[in-house]
Design a protein around this ligand. Structure first.
Ligand code: ADP
Ligand code: MG
Length: 222
């Protein structure tokens, strides 16, 4: 469902252009999961942002179900961000002024795919049922990240992009969140691309790659 070919990305800096991606290619099949590893500053978040359509590569191609992102105008790209993908970040990025229930429904409503039964099932499976009237600040870190995952999956995206989603959690909460995420994805066509530093977490995904010197290597080579 995702085909990435030969991405090149530089950032302009005061010292001249900084090359971050130097020919990155990858493929993801529907329902497949891939762990993206690599040292801090190796360009993992940059790659995720390009796939999310939050930024554009200098060259190379990103295609989703055969549709190239660089062929999309701004409104079609905005539709991709809103309804094609779910994004989960280390910092949860919940909306503090909205109750848990409304955070959970937020993206699905934007995407025009609010489904009451699916949302109720998500709330139940993520252990959020007794918390729906709270505000995010009244949740633990693990509960906040389960809510962020629920918000992303409520819209039934084709692709879930997660950038160190358990980076702010202790080991027990992190295992708990990963367990729930993998259970939710097990019977779903949603593909997963997850940035993680943790070999333990990466081991739960179907495949692992490492970003190094602007290129992707098979994790087994590191
Ligand atoms: P990672 O997520 O692997 O830690 P990033 O993709 O965030 O790496 O960053 C890769 C490199 O690009 C780093 O050296 C970072 O400082 C630099 N970088 C990231 N974003 C920008 C930007 N907007 N402008 C300039 N340099 C950037
Ligand atoms: Mg990063």
């Amino acid at each position: 469902m995702l085909q990435v070919d030969d991405l090149i990305k530089h950032y302009p800096t005061a010292q001249g252009p900084l090359q971050v991606l130097d020919g990155v290619s990858l493929q993801l099949a529907p329902g497949e999961s891939l762990a993206l590893m690599g040292e801090s500053g190796s360009g993992k978040s940059t790659l995720l942002h390009l796939i999310a359509g939050l930024d554009r590569p200098d060259s190379g191609c990103i295609a989703v179900n055969g549709q190239r992102l660089d062929g999309l105008n701004e409104s079609a790209l905005a539709r991709w961000r809103r309804s094609g993908i779910g994004l989960v970040f280390q910092q949860f990025n919940l909306i503090g002024s909205l109750k848990v229930a409304d955070n959970l429904a937020f993206q699905a409503r934007l995407a025009g795919r609010h489904d009451r039964a699916w949302q109720a099932q998500l709330a139940q499976r993520l252990g959020l049922n007794g918390l729906l009237d709270r505000y995010p600040e009244q949740l633990s870190g693990g509960q906040q990240q389960r809510l962020a995952i629920g918000r992303a999956l409520a819209a039934r995206p084709a692709l879930l992009l997660a950038d160190e989603p358990t980076g702010n959690l202790d080991e027990a909460s992190s295992d708990d969140v990963m367990q729930l995420l993998m259970e939710l994805l097990a019977d779903s066509p949603t593909s997963l691309l997850m940035v993680t530093h943790s070999p333990r977490i990466a081991a739960r995904l179907a495949r692992r790659v490492v970003l190094h010197n602007g290129r992707l290597d098979d994790a087994a080579a590191h």
